[in-house]
Design a binder for this molecule. Structure first.
Ligand code: F6P
Length: 550
């Protein structure tokens, strides 16, 4: 691997990393290793001792960070500089949790004031719904809220709402619909009463096909049940930066909560996009979530690299991606509530850092964002951990565990934790051929049987992981955890010299999708695309036409 060649420290880091002893030797050489490579901040503890690093590695990381002007880049974000240069936008999700100065102005708005006003409006809205004071078209109080949104307007609110289930107030039921697949909306509508259901159209752009189509179908459902057009204000609110489009849809301006160009979709759960969270757990808990993220912001801004959790996670990740060729990273939350975390971080990381050009437009000559994937533990152990233990790829892992559980159910939590800890231990220690042979010999196999079976039982070990702990999964610790991953993504983007805040790569598919839809729906349209796409459209047309005829 060539590493990050533009940095003067690159060669030294590359040579140093390839000369490091294996993990077991590192532990053997230093009895205090686990203690020394462990760090607590914002209610989280990170044990990063099971990684290929030493003090010398951290010193080289610090040099690289200086060469990348990392602290300047971070300050630029907090100061509201337009670091999303391809869209000419500031990146101020940190302002949503009160981590910026009152002097920060974006798009002519005093950011902190906008945030405070929006929080006050959210508070008011949540109180009305929780108090049973928001009524539908027949005068009945709203009991169910369906948030219609996709991508950043869905994944953040979804993971947080799910993870904070122990904090649900159950004043209203909160649901999510994202996919354009009619099954998603139909499934919800089938269980809901139009008289008592309110929809949140969550779309920064108010131009996303899936969200608009689902919202239109929800509107039709209400109208089919007797709601008049003028009743829609009782059943629809929007969160959007495009109030004009929301109004054209039929949502009154007074029912629109703001979004701003200085908040990226995948960083927006802290804004009014987080309304479903606030509705589920109440405003005080939502404010706690913001407070946890703020704690992490402060830590990120002020801690030196060697004690800075997001920076360490980012650089450890870079050491595997750019110096060892890792192309994926697995997230393993040992917490059922956090089962949607890998999917959330997938968008956060892959839409941010899945880029091929440097900020100046030159093509990047090294790997950038990894594939993020994962599942809740212990489920993953019975599905894909086999590959983590014996497959040929290097896949660094993050284990995440709340030390105490909201669900005091027998031995469950002790078992969950023991699995979590043992998996990272097994990845590191592996099993040698000799050990495998010894174990088989004890079970009474013949020499020949031992010789043929033992290689299959070998586990290479020396596989790295981080373990992230929190005393308990609370709004605050969850806020800190999510902010940790946000900042990790920013830091990696700085080292890769890419714009982590645009997403041009999603555009082509949307444009081509419209062209295909035109040809699917207008059966007289010529099939003038490539032969594969033409063939696929023809098959679709044929079957759907038959269905229509029947
Ligand atoms: O298509 C990608 C994307 O633009 C994401 O970046 C965004 O989170 C999602 O679509 C939804 O966008 P919107 O909130 O504008 O509907």
């Amino acid at each position: 691997m060539t590493g990050l060649t533009r940095f003067p420290s690159n060669a030294a880091l590359s040579a140093h990393l390839s000369a490091l002893p294996d993990l077991k030797s590192l532990f053997a050489a230093d009895p205090a290793r686990a203690e020394r490579f462990c760090l607590s901040a914002a209610g989280l503890t990170l044990d990063y001792s099971k990684n290929h690093l030493t003090d010398a590695t951290l010193a080289l990381f610090a040099k690289l960070a200086d060469e990348a002007h990392l602290t300047d880049r971070i300050e630029e974000m907090f100061a509201g500089k337009a670091i999303n240069h391809t869209e000419g936008r500031a990146v101020l999700h940190v302002a949503l949790r009160g981590s910026t100065d009152d002097a920060v102005i974006a798009e002519g708005q005093q950011v902190n004031q906008e945030v405070a006003q929006t929080l006050a409006r959210m508070d008011d809205f949540v109180s009305q719904l929780h108090g049973g004071n928001w009524h539908g078209f027949t005068g009945k109080a709203i009991t169910d809220v369906v948030s219609i949104g996709i991508g950043g307007s869905f994944l953040g609110p979804k993971i947080v709402t799910e993870a904070l289930k122990p904090y649900w107030l159950n004043n209203v039921n909160v649901h999510f619909v994202a996919n354009i697949d009619g099954a998603a909306l139909a499934d919800k509508l089938g269980k809901l009463n139009p008289e008592t259901t309110l929809f949140i159209t969550a779309s920064k752009s108010f131009g996303t096909q899936e969200t608009l189509t689902n919202s239109e179908s929800a509107r039709d459902w209400l109208q089919a049940a007797g709601a008049r057009f003028e009743d829609l204000a009782k059943h629809f609110v929007a969160v959007t930066a495009n109030v004009a489009k929301a109004q054209a849809f039929g949502i009154a301006a007074g029912n629109c909560f703001p979004m701003w160009d200085w908040v990226g979709g995948r960083y927006s759960l802290w804004s009014a996009i987080g309304l479903p969270i606030a509705l589920a757990v109440g405003m005080p808990a939502f404010i706690e979530l913001l407070a946890g993220a703020k704690d992490m912001d402060l830590h990120f801004k002020t801690a030196p690299l060697k004690a800075n959790m997001p920076m360490l996670l980012a650089l450890i990740g870079i050491s595997y991606i750019n110096y060892h060729g890792a192309t994926s990273h697995v997230l393993l939350p040992y917490d059922h509530g956090m089962r949607a975390l890998p999917g959330y971080v997938q968008q956060l990381d892959m839409e941010s850092n899945g880029k091929g050009s440097h900020r100046d437009g030159d093509s990047a000559q090294h790997l950038t964002g990894p594939v993020i994937w994962g599942a809740e533990g212990t489920n993953g152990q019975h599905a894909f951990h086999q590959l983590l233990h014996q497959g040929k790829q290097l896949i660094p892992a993050d284990f995440i565990l709340p030390l105490t559980s909201h669900y005091a159910l027998g031995r469950h939590h002790a078992m969950l934790a023991s699995n979590c800890f043992a998996q990272s231990q097994a990845l590191m220690e592996g099993k040698s051929l000799d050990k495998a042979k010894q174990e088989l010999a004890k079970s009474g196999l013949t020499d020949q049987q031992i010789a043929s079976l033992a290689p299959h039982k070998v586990m290479p070990g020396n596989r790295p992981s981080n373990t992230l702990l929190m005393d308990k999964l609370t709004p605050k610790t969850l806020g800190a955890l999510i902010a940790l991953y946000e900042h990790k993504v920013l830091v990696q983007g700085v080292f890769w010299d890419i714009n982590s805040f645009d997403q041009w790569g999603v555009e082509l598919g949307k444009v081509l999708g419209n062209a295909v839809l035109e040809r699917i729906e207008n059966t007289d349209a010529a099939l003038d695309l490539d032969s594969s796409t033409n063939g696929l459209i023809a098959r679709f047309r044929a079957l759907n036409a038959k269905k229509g005829d029947a």
